[in-house]
Design a protein around this ligand. Structure first.
Ligand code: ADP
Ligand code: MG
Length: 488
């Protein structure tokens, strides 16, 4: 990506900066839909989770699902946001075959959650991204165009599922920041249990708003909105393409039309869908079937008390209590299960060494096997034992890798493996001294050479000790003893 705007910006030699704001649609973790009792299970038989409300039979009335409201409040609290005691459900009117009501119930002027903020850890420091609002709305059904060449089918299983739309301020400045932002939102919601964050299943999608402006400009440029992108990689590709397209237009002296665009993942380009609709096109009005949503302060306060320790706080604690650096702490709090595993290990072993081995060998192995840490073939307790064996000098780092492999294969604890395979490091000073003395006696000539100044021979002696001990001599101790005895 040489010719592209981010390069220009970073080098400071060109004139453009990218401005990005996201509207993230996060599916609420809830067994039933926002206004009906239908199930929300992913992958169910088409149209098997559809009630008369979801299919908009005349006369059916929506009833708000209190669990979904609580989830939105919990998410708002996790985003350090203001929870509004009064909010309103509005109808957003448009026609589409997979929207049987002819309108989507959403929130417009009075959302349930107001301004908040999210902290990102970027290589250049921490960065705050403003949250504009979070509102509740229904999902639409799904049109299926690729099953039959002549017909389009409609699956209404998603119709009426609760979504939280989380709108960021236009605070993001690069694809990397977008990556960090989505991951952070996902982590927070997974800690809270309010959205599973599963992008393959469509639980997290985003509309990506992109504009560019000359560096130093105070005003924003005209934005384009790329609809419904469902992977971080595609978001990043779409932003790159779109920013470059806009820069090119501006460089040619042309202007940017405010548009809604789609990202074609096969061609890696964005294409115009329609000129951007204005809010008045949707004829928003309060839904007469639903009362305004009144939330007692007590409910908010009670929910606040149920919040788990969130990633930012946990990170801070990991740094303070376990002496981890910012990077390590970040990685280890990225998933609740990972942080739990780490804490279990850290309680039983060296905290720093545990972090290093977890982020190295353990993660590589899990990644390799496509396993979540909760399915790790090595239990936290056994892992801690391995770390302690390294720390105490019982085995060397090199041997530890072998033990680790055997632990993965057998699920056995490291003590048993080390004993049964005789892998223990030779760390008994008396035993080692015996070996060293033998070596020195056998190589009197070399000892004399060493003493008269040929210090390079030290490596030779170490090598001999290693050979004699079958590679098990503790290297540090070997050095110490050799130095001591060669002096004498
Ligand atoms: P709409 O529904 O019209 O898209 P929203 O308020 O829901 O409006 O969302 C607007 C989104 O666009 C926000 O995420 C905001 O940060 C972002 N945004 C606004 N202006 C710009 C801009 N000039 N460049 C990039 N993003 C912008
Ligand atoms: Mg929008």
């Amino acid at each position: 990506m040489n010719k592209d705007v981010f390069d220009y910006f970073i080098k400071g030699e060109k004139k453009y900066e990218v401005i990005i704001g996201l509207e993230v649609h996060a599916q609420v973790s809830s067994n039933s839909k926002l206004f009906s009792g239908s199930a929300t299970k992913f992958g169910a038989e088409p149209n098997s989770q559809v009630s008369l409300i979801d299919s908009a039979f005349p006369g059916m009335l929506p009833v708000i699902n209190k669990e979904c409201v609580k989830q939105a409040i919990r998410t708002g609290l996790g985003l350090n946001a203001k929870i509004n005691n009064n909010s309103v459900f509005d109808r957003k009117n448009y026609f589409y075959a997979d929207l049987p009501q002819g309108y989507q119930i959403s929130q417009y002027k009075n959302p349930i959650v107001g301004e908040g903020k999210v902290l990102l850890d970027m290589p250049y420091g921490s960065k705050e991204v403003g949250i504009e609002r979070l509102h509740l709305e229904q999902d639409a059904g799904k049109s299926i165009h690729d099953v039959d060449p002549l017909n389009t089918y409609v699956d209404l299983n998603r119709s009426g599922i609760a979504l939280m739309e989380i709108v960021s301020k236009p605070d993001l400045r690069s694809p990397e920041e977008v990556n960090a932002y989505i991951k952070k939102l996902r982590t927070i919601m997974r800690y809270l249990g309010t959205c599973d964050g599963n992008m393959q299943e469509g639980s997290l999608r985003a509309d990506v708003n992109v504009s560019v402006r000359q560096v130093g400009d105070k005003n924003f440029g005209t934005r384009c909105e790329i609809k419904n992108v469902n992977s971080i990689k595609f978001m990043q590709m779409a932003i790159e393409y779109e920013a470059n397209r806009q820069v090119k237009l501006l460089d040619e002296g042309k202007k940017i039309d405010q548009e809604t665009r789609l990202f074609d993942t096969k061609k890696n380009e964005t294409r115009s869908m329609r000129s951007k609709e204005d809010a008045h096109d949707y004829r928003y009005f309060p839904d007469p079937d639903l009362l305004p949503l009144k939330i007692e302060q007590k409910l908010i306060d009670d929910l606040k008390k149920t919040l788990p320790e969130l990633p930012d706080n946990k990170k801070e604690r990991f740094m303070n209590d376990y002496g981890l650096n910012s990077y390590e702490a970040n990685v280890l709090v990225s998933e609740k299960e990972i942080s739990n595993y780490y804490e279990e290990v850290a309680k039983l072993s060296d905290k720093k060494l545990a972090a290093t081995w977890m982020m190295g060998d353990l993660f590589a192995m899990l990644n390799d096997k496509g396993l979540n840490i909760s399915k790790s073939p090595i239990s936290a307790k056994n892992f801690a034992e391995l770390v302690q064996s390294i720390k105490s000098g019982e085995i060397s780092g090199r041997i530890a890798k072998e033990v680790f492999e055997l632990m993965v294969k057998s699920g056995d604890n490291p003590k048993k493996i080390i004993e049964s395979k005789g892998m223990k490091q030779q760390s008994d000073p008396k035993e080692l001294e015996k070996i060293v003395n033998e070596i020195l006696t056998k190589n009197k000539d070399k000892v004399d050479q060493y003493k008269s100044g040929k210090e390079k021979l030290f490596g030779f002696f170490v090598g001999q000790v290693m050979k004699q001990s079958g590679g098990k001599a503790n290297p540090q101790l070997t050095n110490e003893i050799l130095k001591k005895l060669l002096k004498g």
